[in-house]
Design a protein around this ligand. Structure first.
Ligand SMILES: NC(=O)c1ccc[n+]([C@@H]2O[C@H](COP(=O)([O-])OP(=O)(O)OC[C@H]3O[C@@H](n4cnc5c(N)ncnc54)[C@H](OP(=O)(O)O)[C@@H]3O)[C@@H](O)[C@H]2O)c1
Length: 288
C-alpha cells in the first residue's frame, strides 16, 4: 500500500467463478492489492462482494479494464475464451495505440494456447502467462504448471508466483508450451487418479471387514501421510517403497499383486492418454 493509502496493485479477474474465488479468497486480506472482477451473473457478484469485503464486482470486462489493472487474470471457461478475448481486443488495442500501459495477462483456461489468445486479441507483444492449476487449488493445496511467453519479465513471473502462492503449494515453470499438456496429464487430471485409487482401496477395506467410515479415514490419511512423508524425505520414491517393504511381509505380498497387474504400464498409458486428449482439446478450442 502506498503512503497515501491507495493500493499499489490492481488485480482484475475476468470471470468470478470457482477458481477466481479461490484466488480472491486468498488475496483479499493483503492490503497491497485492489481486487476487481467482471462477472455477468448479478447473483454471483453479490455473493462475492458480500463474502469478500473490499472486492469489487462489475458486470462487464470493459469497466474492469478501465480501472487500469496491472494484472488481468482470465478465469472463464475455455469454451468462451474466444468471445471474451474479442471483448477485450478493442480496449487493449486502443491502450497500445495510445502508448498506455497494458496489463500482464494470466490465463487459467485449460487447454487454450497462448498463441490462440494472442491471435484472438490481435495485440502484439502483450505479456502473457498460461497456467494449469488443479482442483485442490480450491482449498489452497494446488499444484500448478506455468508457461510464460517471451516478453514476460522476471518481476512479472515473481508477481505471478506470489498471486498463485495463496492457492498452490507447488509451482513449476515449463520452458516449452507443449509441456503444458504433460502438466495437464500429471497434475491437472491427477487428483482424479488418486480419487479412483482411494475409492478402490476404501472398497477393498470394506470387503475385508472394516466399516466404511474406518476404511475411508484410514485410506485418506494413508494417502496424505505417504505424500507428506515423500515430500519431507530425502529418499526418492523407489527407496521409500523399498524401505517399507520387508521381505516376505504384507506390503511385499500386496506390491507383487500390483506389479503383476502391470500398474506401472497402466499409469503410463493413463498419463499419455490424458496428454493426447489435452492436445486434441487445445486444437478444438483454439480453432478460429
Ligand atoms: N475449477 C478448477 O479446479 C480448475 C482447475 C484448472 C483450471 N481451471 C480453469 O479455470 C477457469 C475457470 O474455471 P472455474 O471452475 O472457475 O469456472 P466457473 O466457476 O464456471 O467460472 C467462470 C465464471 O465466468 C463467468 N463468465 C461467463 N462469461 C463471462 C464474461 N463474458 N465475462 C466475465 N465473466 C464471465 C461465468 O458466469 P456464468 O456462470 O454466469 O456464465 C462464471 O461465473 C476455466 O478456464 C478452467 O479451465 C479450473
Amino acid at each position: 500500500m502506498h503512503a497515501n493509502g491507495t493500493k499499489s496493485l490492481t488485480i482484475a479477474f475476468i470471470g468470478g467463478g470457482n477458481m477466481a474465488e479461490a484466488i480472491i479468497g486468498g488475496l483479499c486480506q493483503d492490503v497491497q492489492y485492489r481486487l476487481v472482477f467482471s462477472e455477468p451473473s448479478r447473483e454471483r457478484r453479490d455473493y462475492m462482494q458480500q463474502k469478500y469485503l473490499n472486492v469489487e464486482g462489475y458486470s462487464d470486462s470493459e469497466q474492469v479494464l478501465a480501472l487500469e489493472p496491472q494484472v488481468v487474470i482470465l478465469a472463464v471457461k475455455p469454451q468462451i475464451m474466444k468471445v471474451v478475448m474479442k471483448e477485450l481486443e478493442p480496449i487493449l488495442q486502443q491502450r497500445q495505440q495510445h502508448d498506455l500501459p497494458t496489463p500482464l495477462l494470466i490465463s487459467i483456461a485449460a487447454g487454450i494456447s497462448t498463441l490462440s489468445i494472442r491471435r484472438w486479441l490481435n495485440v502484439v507483444d502483450l505479456p502473457l502467462i498460461r497456467l494449469m492449476p488443479n482442483t485442490p487449488a480450491l482449498i489452497g493445496q494446488g499444484a500448478v504448471g506455468c508457461y510464460a511467453m517471451d516478453g514476460v519479465s522476471a518481476e512479472q513471473r515473481q508477481l505471478t508466483e506470489s498471486l498463485l502462492g495463496v492457492v498452490c503449494k507447488h509451482i513449476s515453470w515449463v520452458e516449452k508450451e507443449p509441456l503444458m499438456d504433460a502438466v495437464t496429464a500429471v497434475s491437472g487430471s491427477g487428483p482424479a487418479y488418486y480419487f479412483l485409487i482411494m475409492e478402490a482401496m476404501q472398497n477393498a477395506g470394506v470387503e475385508a471387514g472394516l466399516s466404511i467410515e474406518d476404511a475411508k479415514a484410514l485410506t485418506l490419511q494413508t494417502c496424505l501421510g505417504a505424500a507428506r512423508m515423500a515430500m519431507e524425505s530425502e529418499d526418492d520414491l523407489a527407496t521409500l517403497r523399498q524401505k517399507v517393504t520387508s521381505p516376505k511381509g504384507t506390503t511385499e505380498a500386496a506390491l507383487k499383486v500390483l506389479e503383476a497387474g502391470n500398474i506401472r504400464q497402466l499409469m503410463y498409458d493413463a498419463v499419455f492418454a490424458a496428454d493426447q486428449r489435452s492436445r486434441e482439446l487445445a486444437e478444438e478450442f483454439g480453432k478460429d
